[in-house]
Design a protein around this ligand. Structure first.
Ligand code: PLP
Length: 402
Protein backbone atom coordinates (compact mmCIF):
# COMPACT_ATOMS: atom_id res chain seq x y z
CA UNK A 1 0.00 0.00 0.00
CA UNK A 2 1.36 3.44 -0.97
CA UNK A 3 0.63 6.65 0.95
CA UNK A 4 -0.40 8.48 -2.23
CA UNK A 5 -3.17 5.90 -2.81
CA UNK A 6 -4.69 6.43 0.64
CA UNK A 7 -5.44 10.13 0.26
CA UNK A 8 -3.79 10.97 3.59
CA UNK A 9 -0.56 12.89 4.17
CA UNK A 10 2.46 11.69 6.11
CA UNK A 11 1.60 14.10 8.95
CA UNK A 12 -1.96 12.72 9.09
CA UNK A 13 -0.60 9.18 9.17
CA UNK A 14 1.70 10.09 12.07
CA UNK A 15 -1.25 11.67 13.88
CA UNK A 16 -3.24 8.41 13.52
CA UNK A 17 -0.35 6.43 14.99
CA UNK A 18 0.04 8.87 17.85
CA UNK A 19 -3.71 8.90 18.59
CA UNK A 20 -4.53 5.20 18.25
CA UNK A 21 -1.38 3.18 18.84
CA UNK A 22 0.29 2.44 22.17
CA UNK A 23 3.38 4.56 22.49
CA UNK A 24 6.04 1.83 22.85
CA UNK A 25 8.29 2.53 19.87
CA UNK A 26 10.73 5.29 19.07
CA UNK A 27 10.22 5.82 15.33
CA UNK A 28 12.36 6.91 12.41
CA UNK A 29 10.68 9.88 10.71
CA UNK A 30 9.70 8.20 7.43
CA UNK A 31 7.06 5.86 6.12
CA UNK A 32 8.43 2.50 4.98
CA UNK A 33 6.46 1.82 1.81
CA UNK A 34 8.40 -0.75 -0.18
CA UNK A 35 11.64 -2.71 0.08
CA UNK A 36 13.93 -4.74 -2.14
CA UNK A 37 17.15 -6.58 -1.31
CA UNK A 38 19.46 -4.20 0.64
CA UNK A 39 17.13 -1.18 0.47
CA UNK A 40 13.96 0.18 2.08
CA UNK A 41 12.06 2.96 0.23
CA UNK A 42 10.11 5.77 1.86
CA UNK A 43 6.97 7.66 0.83
CA UNK A 44 9.01 9.76 -1.61
CA UNK A 45 10.77 6.77 -3.15
CA UNK A 46 14.03 7.64 -1.31
CA UNK A 47 16.27 4.61 -0.70
CA UNK A 48 17.62 3.69 2.75
CA UNK A 49 20.49 1.22 3.01
CA UNK A 50 19.08 -1.41 5.37
CA UNK A 51 21.59 -2.52 7.99
CA UNK A 52 18.98 -3.67 10.50
CA UNK A 53 16.89 -5.92 8.23
CA UNK A 54 13.75 -5.69 10.37
CA UNK A 55 15.97 -6.65 13.37
CA UNK A 56 17.89 -9.56 11.83
CA UNK A 57 14.88 -10.92 9.93
CA UNK A 58 15.26 -10.20 6.21
CA UNK A 59 18.40 -12.28 5.82
CA UNK A 60 17.93 -13.18 2.15
CA UNK A 61 17.24 -9.51 1.37
CA UNK A 62 14.02 -7.52 1.64
CA UNK A 63 11.09 -9.06 -0.25
CA UNK A 64 13.19 -11.92 -1.57
CA UNK A 65 11.49 -13.03 -4.77
CA UNK A 66 11.43 -16.73 -3.89
CA UNK A 67 9.89 -15.99 -0.51
CA UNK A 68 7.32 -13.67 -2.10
CA UNK A 69 6.42 -16.32 -4.69
CA UNK A 70 6.04 -19.00 -2.00
CA UNK A 71 3.73 -16.75 0.02
CA UNK A 72 1.55 -15.93 -3.00
CA UNK A 73 1.34 -19.53 -4.15
CA UNK A 74 0.45 -20.92 -0.72
CA UNK A 75 -2.05 -18.13 0.02
CA UNK A 76 -3.98 -19.07 -3.12
CA UNK A 77 -4.34 -22.66 -1.85
CA UNK A 78 -4.69 -22.51 1.92
CA UNK A 79 -4.02 -19.67 4.37
CA UNK A 80 -5.00 -21.24 7.67
CA UNK A 81 -6.63 -24.37 9.02
CA UNK A 82 -5.12 -25.13 12.50
CA UNK A 83 -3.31 -28.36 13.28
CA UNK A 84 -6.07 -30.95 12.97
CA UNK A 85 -5.35 -31.97 9.36
CA UNK A 86 -1.85 -32.58 8.04
CA UNK A 87 -0.49 -29.78 5.87
CA UNK A 88 2.25 -30.04 3.25
CA UNK A 89 4.36 -26.94 4.10
CA UNK A 90 4.64 -27.98 7.77
CA UNK A 91 5.85 -31.46 6.97
CA UNK A 92 8.37 -30.40 4.33
CA UNK A 93 9.74 -27.62 6.52
CA UNK A 94 10.04 -29.93 9.54
CA UNK A 95 12.16 -32.37 7.57
CA UNK A 96 14.31 -29.61 6.06
CA UNK A 97 15.02 -27.99 9.44
CA UNK A 98 15.59 -31.14 11.48
CA UNK A 99 17.89 -32.72 8.90
CA UNK A 100 19.84 -29.50 8.30
CA UNK A 101 20.59 -28.74 11.94
CA UNK A 102 20.73 -32.29 13.30
CA UNK A 103 17.74 -32.18 15.65
CA UNK A 104 14.97 -34.76 15.98
CA UNK A 105 11.70 -32.87 16.49
CA UNK A 106 10.20 -29.44 15.87
CA UNK A 107 7.26 -27.53 17.33
CA UNK A 108 6.12 -24.40 15.47
CA UNK A 109 5.36 -21.07 17.14
CA UNK A 110 4.77 -17.54 15.85
CA UNK A 111 7.66 -15.54 17.29
CA UNK A 112 10.92 -15.72 19.19
CA UNK A 113 9.46 -15.16 22.61
CA UNK A 114 6.84 -17.87 22.05
CA UNK A 115 9.52 -20.29 20.91
CA UNK A 116 11.38 -19.59 24.15
CA UNK A 117 8.19 -20.14 26.17
CA UNK A 118 7.89 -23.54 24.52
CA UNK A 119 11.53 -24.33 25.26
CA UNK A 120 11.13 -23.41 28.94
CA UNK A 121 7.93 -25.47 29.20
CA UNK A 122 9.53 -28.47 27.50
CA UNK A 123 12.54 -28.35 29.84
CA UNK A 124 10.40 -28.01 32.97
CA UNK A 125 8.07 -30.85 32.02
CA UNK A 126 11.04 -33.05 31.16
CA UNK A 127 12.58 -32.23 34.56
CA UNK A 128 9.55 -32.81 36.78
CA UNK A 129 8.55 -36.00 34.96
CA UNK A 130 12.04 -37.47 35.05
CA UNK A 131 13.26 -36.30 38.48
CA UNK A 132 10.28 -35.04 40.51
CA UNK A 133 8.28 -31.85 41.20
CA UNK A 134 11.17 -29.64 42.41
CA UNK A 135 13.37 -30.13 39.37
CA UNK A 136 12.24 -27.11 37.38
CA UNK A 137 14.85 -24.40 37.89
CA UNK A 138 16.69 -22.81 34.98
CA UNK A 139 19.91 -20.80 35.15
CA UNK A 140 20.28 -18.08 32.52
CA UNK A 141 22.87 -15.35 31.94
CA UNK A 142 22.97 -11.86 33.34
CA UNK A 143 22.48 -9.31 30.56
CA UNK A 144 20.60 -11.85 28.43
CA UNK A 145 17.46 -11.17 26.40
CA UNK A 146 14.89 -13.86 25.70
CA UNK A 147 11.70 -11.97 24.86
CA UNK A 148 8.78 -10.13 26.36
CA UNK A 149 6.19 -12.72 27.40
CA UNK A 150 6.32 -13.76 31.05
CA UNK A 151 8.44 -16.90 30.84
CA UNK A 152 10.95 -15.34 28.44
CA UNK A 153 10.90 -12.07 30.36
CA UNK A 154 11.65 -13.98 33.55
CA UNK A 155 14.51 -15.83 31.86
CA UNK A 156 15.93 -12.46 30.79
CA UNK A 157 18.72 -11.51 33.19
CA UNK A 158 18.20 -7.75 33.12
CA UNK A 159 16.15 -6.75 36.20
CA UNK A 160 16.68 -3.02 35.63
CA UNK A 161 15.92 -2.94 31.90
CA UNK A 162 12.79 -1.14 30.64
CA UNK A 163 11.46 -4.49 29.44
CA UNK A 164 11.12 -5.64 33.09
CA UNK A 165 10.33 -2.44 35.00
CA UNK A 166 6.72 -2.41 36.14
CA UNK A 167 6.17 -6.08 35.35
CA UNK A 168 7.32 -7.72 38.59
CA UNK A 169 6.87 -10.26 40.06
CA UNK A 170 8.41 -12.41 37.37
CA UNK A 171 7.87 -16.17 37.04
CA UNK A 172 9.79 -18.01 39.78
CA UNK A 173 12.43 -20.63 39.05
CA UNK A 174 15.07 -18.58 37.21
CA UNK A 175 18.49 -17.61 38.54
CA UNK A 176 21.13 -15.62 36.73
CA UNK A 177 24.88 -16.17 36.38
CA UNK A 178 27.72 -14.24 34.74
CA UNK A 179 27.94 -14.80 30.96
CA UNK A 180 31.21 -16.39 29.83
CA UNK A 181 31.99 -17.41 33.43
CA UNK A 182 31.82 -21.16 33.94
CA UNK A 183 32.47 -20.92 37.68
CA UNK A 184 29.53 -18.54 38.10
CA UNK A 185 27.22 -20.96 36.24
CA UNK A 186 28.53 -23.98 38.14
CA UNK A 187 27.83 -22.21 41.45
CA UNK A 188 24.37 -21.08 40.33
CA UNK A 189 23.21 -24.65 39.58
CA UNK A 190 21.76 -26.57 42.50
CA UNK A 191 20.05 -29.94 42.88
CA UNK A 192 16.77 -28.53 41.55
CA UNK A 193 18.28 -27.10 38.37
CA UNK A 194 17.07 -28.79 35.21
CA UNK A 195 18.63 -26.57 32.56
CA UNK A 196 20.99 -23.81 31.52
CA UNK A 197 19.60 -21.40 28.93
CA UNK A 198 21.86 -19.15 26.84
CA UNK A 199 22.16 -17.02 23.72
CA UNK A 200 25.36 -18.00 21.86
CA UNK A 201 25.83 -14.28 21.19
CA UNK A 202 24.04 -11.94 23.55
CA UNK A 203 22.32 -9.59 21.11
CA UNK A 204 20.25 -7.07 23.07
CA UNK A 205 22.78 -7.39 25.88
CA UNK A 206 25.40 -5.63 23.76
CA UNK A 207 26.60 -8.16 21.13
CA UNK A 208 28.73 -10.41 23.35
CA UNK A 209 29.76 -13.74 21.79
CA UNK A 210 30.17 -16.74 24.09
CA UNK A 211 33.73 -18.02 24.14
CA UNK A 212 34.52 -21.49 22.81
CA UNK A 213 35.74 -22.69 26.22
CA UNK A 214 32.67 -21.35 28.02
CA UNK A 215 30.16 -22.96 25.68
CA UNK A 216 31.94 -26.31 25.73
CA UNK A 217 32.28 -26.09 29.51
CA UNK A 218 28.54 -25.45 29.84
CA UNK A 219 27.76 -28.48 27.62
CA UNK A 220 30.01 -30.66 29.81
CA UNK A 221 28.46 -29.29 33.01
CA UNK A 222 24.97 -30.10 31.73
CA UNK A 223 26.03 -33.63 30.77
CA UNK A 224 27.64 -34.28 34.14
CA UNK A 225 24.63 -33.06 36.12
CA UNK A 226 21.89 -34.53 33.92
CA UNK A 227 20.74 -31.01 32.96
CA UNK A 228 19.54 -29.80 29.56
CA UNK A 229 21.33 -27.19 27.50
CA UNK A 230 18.80 -24.74 26.04
CA UNK A 231 20.03 -22.35 23.35
CA UNK A 232 18.11 -19.28 22.27
CA UNK A 233 19.07 -18.86 18.60
CA UNK A 234 16.18 -16.53 17.79
CA UNK A 235 18.66 -13.93 16.56
CA UNK A 236 21.77 -16.01 15.86
CA UNK A 237 20.09 -18.87 14.00
CA UNK A 238 19.97 -19.48 10.26
CA UNK A 239 23.33 -18.24 9.02
CA UNK A 240 23.54 -14.87 10.79
CA UNK A 241 26.80 -15.69 12.61
CA UNK A 242 28.57 -17.41 9.71
CA UNK A 243 27.35 -20.94 10.45
CA UNK A 244 23.85 -22.31 9.90
CA UNK A 245 23.29 -22.29 13.66
CA UNK A 246 25.67 -20.50 16.02
CA UNK A 247 26.14 -23.63 18.15
CA UNK A 248 28.02 -25.12 15.19
CA UNK A 249 30.90 -22.75 16.00
CA UNK A 250 31.36 -24.58 19.29
CA UNK A 251 31.25 -28.20 18.09
CA UNK A 252 28.35 -28.95 20.43
CA UNK A 253 24.67 -29.80 20.11
CA UNK A 254 22.06 -28.35 22.46
CA UNK A 255 19.20 -30.46 23.85
CA UNK A 256 16.69 -27.81 22.82
CA UNK A 257 17.17 -24.80 20.51
CA UNK A 258 14.84 -21.99 19.50
CA UNK A 259 14.73 -20.00 16.28
CA UNK A 260 12.57 -17.26 14.72
CA UNK A 261 13.54 -14.02 12.92
CA UNK A 262 15.56 -15.14 9.85
CA UNK A 263 13.73 -18.43 9.44
CA UNK A 264 10.56 -16.78 8.10
CA UNK A 265 11.87 -14.29 5.56
CA UNK A 266 9.61 -11.69 7.19
CA UNK A 267 6.63 -13.90 8.01
CA UNK A 268 5.87 -14.41 11.72
CA UNK A 269 7.17 -17.86 12.57
CA UNK A 270 9.32 -19.31 15.33
CA UNK A 271 10.13 -22.83 16.38
CA UNK A 272 11.58 -24.97 19.09
CA UNK A 273 13.70 -27.95 18.00
CA UNK A 274 14.76 -30.69 20.35
CA UNK A 275 16.39 -34.05 20.69
CA UNK A 276 14.04 -37.01 20.92
CA UNK A 277 14.77 -37.24 24.66
CA UNK A 278 13.70 -33.66 25.48
CA UNK A 279 10.88 -33.53 22.92
CA UNK A 280 9.27 -36.52 24.62
CA UNK A 281 7.90 -34.05 27.20
CA UNK A 282 5.55 -32.62 24.55
CA UNK A 283 2.86 -35.27 24.65
CA UNK A 284 -0.64 -34.81 23.18
CA UNK A 285 -2.31 -31.75 24.67
CA UNK A 286 0.83 -30.61 26.52
CA UNK A 287 1.28 -27.59 24.27
CA UNK A 288 -0.47 -25.98 21.32
CA UNK A 289 -0.89 -22.90 19.16
CA UNK A 290 -3.68 -21.71 16.88
CA UNK A 291 -1.34 -20.21 14.31
CA UNK A 292 1.86 -22.16 14.99
CA UNK A 293 2.66 -24.05 11.79
CA UNK A 294 0.49 -21.79 9.65
CA UNK A 295 0.82 -22.97 6.02
CA UNK A 296 1.75 -19.59 4.55
CA UNK A 297 4.42 -18.98 7.20
CA UNK A 298 5.81 -22.49 6.74
CA UNK A 299 5.89 -22.12 2.94
CA UNK A 300 7.70 -18.79 3.27
CA UNK A 301 10.11 -20.32 5.77
CA UNK A 302 10.85 -23.25 3.46
CA UNK A 303 11.69 -20.85 0.60
CA UNK A 304 13.77 -18.65 2.90
CA UNK A 305 15.80 -21.52 4.33
CA UNK A 306 16.40 -23.01 0.88
CA UNK A 307 17.66 -19.59 -0.28
CA UNK A 308 19.96 -19.27 2.72
CA UNK A 309 21.41 -22.72 2.09
CA UNK A 310 21.49 -22.72 -1.72
CA UNK A 311 23.26 -19.35 -1.86
CA UNK A 312 25.55 -20.30 1.03
CA UNK A 313 24.74 -17.07 2.83
CA UNK A 314 26.39 -18.33 6.02
CA UNK A 315 29.71 -18.12 4.22
CA UNK A 316 28.94 -14.61 2.96
CA UNK A 317 27.96 -13.58 6.51
CA UNK A 318 31.28 -14.87 7.78
CA UNK A 319 33.32 -13.16 5.05
CA UNK A 320 31.47 -9.83 5.10
CA UNK A 321 31.40 -9.84 8.90
CA UNK A 322 35.19 -10.07 9.04
CA UNK A 323 35.56 -7.32 6.41
CA UNK A 324 33.05 -4.98 8.10
CA UNK A 325 34.48 -5.44 11.60
CA UNK A 326 37.97 -4.43 10.40
CA UNK A 327 36.56 -1.29 8.76
CA UNK A 328 34.47 -0.34 11.79
CA UNK A 329 37.52 -0.46 14.03
CA UNK A 330 38.79 2.72 12.32
CA UNK A 331 35.78 4.84 13.33
CA UNK A 332 36.27 7.68 15.83
CA UNK A 333 35.54 7.07 19.56
CA UNK A 334 35.51 3.28 19.20
CA UNK A 335 36.11 1.32 22.39
CA UNK A 336 35.49 -2.14 20.91
CA UNK A 337 33.96 -3.79 17.86
CA UNK A 338 32.37 -7.15 18.69
CA UNK A 339 30.44 -9.68 16.71
CA UNK A 340 30.10 -12.94 14.90
CA UNK A 341 29.33 -13.03 11.18
CA UNK A 342 26.94 -10.19 10.39
CA UNK A 343 25.77 -9.65 13.97
CA UNK A 344 28.00 -6.74 14.88
CA UNK A 345 28.13 -4.17 17.68
CA UNK A 346 30.33 -1.12 18.01
CA UNK A 347 30.85 0.14 21.53
CA UNK A 348 31.88 3.80 21.76
CA UNK A 349 33.85 5.51 24.49
CA UNK A 350 31.13 8.20 24.64
CA UNK A 351 27.33 8.25 24.95
CA UNK A 352 26.69 8.86 21.26
CA UNK A 353 24.94 5.71 19.98
CA UNK A 354 21.42 7.16 19.79
CA UNK A 355 22.70 10.31 18.08
CA UNK A 356 24.66 8.17 15.63
CA UNK A 357 21.60 6.03 14.89
CA UNK A 358 19.48 9.09 14.07
CA UNK A 359 22.33 10.72 12.14
CA UNK A 360 22.58 7.57 10.04
CA UNK A 361 18.82 7.53 9.39
CA UNK A 362 19.03 11.19 8.24
CA UNK A 363 21.79 10.08 5.84
CA UNK A 364 19.71 7.11 4.66
CA UNK A 365 21.38 4.28 6.54
CA UNK A 366 19.33 2.19 8.98
CA UNK A 367 21.02 0.75 12.08
CA UNK A 368 19.94 0.21 15.71
CA UNK A 369 21.33 1.27 19.08
CA UNK A 370 21.64 -0.69 22.31
CA UNK A 371 21.59 1.82 25.17
CA UNK A 372 23.54 4.97 24.34
CA UNK A 373 27.01 3.49 23.88
CA UNK A 374 26.53 0.65 21.39
CA UNK A 375 25.27 0.58 17.80
CA UNK A 376 24.24 -2.75 16.27
CA UNK A 377 24.29 -3.79 12.62
CA UNK A 378 22.43 -6.87 11.37
CA UNK A 379 22.14 -6.37 7.58
CA UNK A 380 20.71 -8.89 5.15
CA UNK A 381 23.26 -11.65 4.60
CA UNK A 382 23.48 -10.74 0.90
CA UNK A 383 25.47 -7.59 1.85
CA UNK A 384 28.55 -6.87 -0.28
CA UNK A 385 31.85 -5.09 0.44
CA UNK A 386 30.43 -2.00 -1.30
CA UNK A 387 27.41 -2.03 1.05
CA UNK A 388 29.73 -2.30 4.07
CA UNK A 389 31.97 0.51 2.74
CA UNK A 390 28.95 2.77 2.24
CA UNK A 391 27.54 1.97 5.70
CA UNK A 392 30.90 2.62 7.35
CA UNK A 393 31.28 5.96 5.59
CA UNK A 394 27.78 7.10 6.68
CA UNK A 395 28.41 6.03 10.30
CA UNK A 396 31.68 8.01 10.22
CA UNK A 397 29.94 11.12 8.88
CA UNK A 398 27.21 10.76 11.50
CA UNK A 399 29.76 10.57 14.32
CA UNK A 400 31.67 13.57 12.99
CA UNK A 401 28.48 15.62 12.70
CA UNK A 402 27.61 15.19 16.41
C1 PLP B 1 17.84 -13.69 21.48
C2 PLP B 1 16.41 -13.29 21.36
N1 PLP B 1 15.47 -14.06 21.92
C3 PLP B 1 14.16 -13.75 21.82
C4 PLP B 1 13.74 -12.62 21.17
C5 PLP B 1 12.27 -12.31 21.07
O1 PLP B 1 11.84 -12.52 19.78
P1 PLP B 1 10.43 -11.92 19.28
O2 PLP B 1 10.57 -10.44 19.25
O3 PLP B 1 10.20 -12.54 17.93
O4 PLP B 1 9.41 -12.37 20.27
C6 PLP B 1 14.68 -11.78 20.58
C7 PLP B 1 14.28 -10.53 19.89
O5 PLP B 1 15.01 -9.65 19.61
C8 PLP B 1 16.05 -12.12 20.68
O6 PLP B 1 17.00 -11.35 20.15
Amino acid sequence: MKLKDTGISKEELKALVSKYMADTYERFDFVAETAKDMYLYDENGEAYLDFYAGIAVNSTGNCNEKVVAAIKEQAEDLIHTFNYPYTIPQALLAELICRTIGMDKIFYQNSGTEANEAMIKMARKYGVEKYGPDKYKIVTAKNSFHGRTYGSLSATGQPDNACQIGFKPVVPGFTYAEFNDLVSFTEACDEDTIAIMLEPVQGEGGVNPATYEFMRGIRKLCDEKGMLLLLDEVQTGWCRTGKIMAYMHYDIRPDIVTMAKAMGGGMPIGAVCATKKAAGAFTKGAHGSTYGGNPVCCAASYAQIRELLDRNLAENAEKMGRYFIEKLKNLPFVKEVRGMGLLIGVEFTKEIAIGVKHGCADRKLLITAIGNKIIRMVPPLIATEEDCDKACQIIKESIEAL
